[in-house]
Design a protein around this ligand. Sequence first.
Ligand SMILES: CC(=O)N[C@H]1[C@@H](OP(=O)(O)OP(=O)(O)OC[C@H]2O[C@@H](n3ccc(=O)[nH]c3=O)[C@H](O)[C@@H]2O)O[C@H](CO)[C@@H](O)[C@@H]1O[C@H](C)C(=O)N[C@@H](C)C(=O)N[C@H](CCC(=O)O)C(=O)O
Ligand SMILES: Nc1ncnc2c1ncn2[C@@H]1O[C@H](COP(=O)(O)OP(=O)(O)OP(=O)(O)O)[C@@H](O)[C@H]1O
Ligand SMILES: N[C@H](CCC[C@H](N)C(=O)O)C(=O)O
Ligand SMILES: [Mg+2]
Length: 487
Amino acid sequence: MILSDILYKVPLQAVSGITDIEIENIVFDSRQVKNGSLFVAIGGTQVDGHNFIEKAIELGAKTILCERLPEVLQENITYLQVENSARTMGLLAANFYGNPSKKLKLVGVTGTNGKTSSVTLLFRLFRKLGYRCGLLSTVQNQIDDEIIPSTHTTPDSVKINELLHEMVQKGATYCFMEVSSHSVVQERIAGLHFAGGIFTNITHDHLDFHETFDNYIRAKKGFFDQLPASAFALVNTDDKNGKIMIQNTAARKESYSLRNIGSFKGKILACGLFGLQMDIDNREVWFKLIGAFNAYNLLGVYGAAVLLGENPDEVLMQLSDIQPPAGRFEQVVSQNHIVGIVDYAHTPDALKNVLETIVDLQEGNQQIITVVGCGGNRDATKRPIMAEIACKFSNRVFLTSDNPRNEDPMVILGQMEAGVSSIYMNKVQTIEDRHEAIFEAVKIARPQDIILVAGKGHETYQEIKGVKHHFDDKEVLQEAFDEIWKK
Ligand SMILES: CC(=O)N[C@H]1[C@@H](OP(=O)(O)OP(=O)(O)OC[C@H]2O[C@@H](n3ccc(=O)[nH]c3=O)[C@H](O)[C@@H]2O)O[C@H](CO)[C@@H](O)[C@@H]1O[C@H](C)C(=O)N[C@@H](C)C(=O)N[C@H](CCC(=O)O)C(=O)O
Ligand SMILES: Nc1ncnc2c1ncn2[C@@H]1O[C@H](COP(=O)(O)OP(=O)(O)OP(=O)(O)O)[C@@H](O)[C@H]1O
Ligand SMILES: N[C@H](CCC[C@H](N)C(=O)O)C(=O)O
Ligand SMILES: [Mg+2]
């Protein structure tokens, strides 16, 4: 594509060089540059992409998009100077791929917890309603039946536009995507045209990146601030920051609630291992998802579908038949009836919600045994809190590793242990190796006991020092059940 076409309606501070040149691709990593690339220099959390401009030119980049021009400009290279290169990259990527977000209805979901659950429900619902659909999520990206592996909750702006373009080519009329707070701050969603946005909730997470909770709120609000007037902004008003999200949005303000008034009202009638029984807009419905927190996800999804023009009765009928995504309250039951639950709870609020749900299901002298860890190179302040929550709601707790990444697992575990009150000391044990921790949990379990293995959900790896080793909580639980309890 010709550079001047990619620059259509893109604000630039300065241009040096010709713009009628062919651009092969847009890249923001010098290691991906090929002949004819447009290289975007972005300031990062580790290094500054501006340091790699020379390298990119050596490798064949003909155009450089940057915030600061190099001291010496090279001949035959076009330099574009802008205020914010990440944001501008979003605009260029959209133009490069023919603005695919305008050719389908794109709905984004943001919130600390419930994004994957909500977008997956929406994707499955709209497919059942007869539409071709796309999905961008933590678990996987998808175009109808085709599964495309996912590396981030929200990919970079070039990848998003490339995938949306492919969705449009394949006839998709809807795409449901997760909008992480990182993606808003890093402008990964710049230049996208949303038909709607949903806010699930905001609780403690990612303070390593945002530094303060106020900054975290501001990041999520940034998504709603950029929605167009034609979109809807649907927020959970039972979350105390729900209304803040839509203070400055141009979009149509809508709300959902189990406790307050709202555009979409719901009530939990019953909640058990069978799923949820709810009253939604005066209709009684049964769902297959477990846990009160899923009542919020279901209500938000219902509201969004109605706002997108679907018939409420049809929506509820189809939604009642949908399964949750992988690794969200997934059960593995042993032959002697020990109930294993694998759940992606990796924040204090998610862990509390899942454990409260399990406590509600607890009968007689059933024990709750929790296996949990906290990720390395991520918010360290949530570690002591999560350990204390695990102890508060469980009879026995095994603290263990969850993607230590580049940190020492024993340091992470020490920070978790520091949060455990002295009254709980006798029920908690630290076992660094996750495989061993799950096996120990299974060894001490009796029939009917519930073992929660939290934090990794659908993940099929344990990331240690940059290497992803195969690890699947469900597989390990099954293996432990088979080895220890199969007669
Ligand atoms: C903290 C964070 O968000 N990091 C993301 C960020 O990287 P960064 O800012 O650290 O990049 P950097 O290494 O400092 O490099 C700066 C720039 O120099 C470039 N560079 C670097 C080296 C080189 O040789 N040449 C070169 O051109 C890089 O490509 C980059 O453009 O930009 C990269 C490119 O888009 C992302 O891959 C990377 O995600 C890392 C892998 C990551 O783990 N991110 C997580 C925290 C994340 O984004 N999570 C959210 C979900 C959170 C949630 O809601 O749970 C997500 O959306 O996935
Ligand atoms: N609406 C909700 N409110 C609170 N907790 C929830 C909600 N929905 C799901 N959870 C809990 O959070 C966990 C993660 O859910 P989900 O994967 O849907 O969140 P996410 O926002 O996509 O997370 P991530 O930020 O990692 O992408 C679930 O396994 C469950 O324990
Ligand atoms: N999207 C979250 C996932 C956390 C999952 C948990 N298993 C971990 O590795 O911390 C993050 O990147 O913080
Ligand atoms: Mg997710």
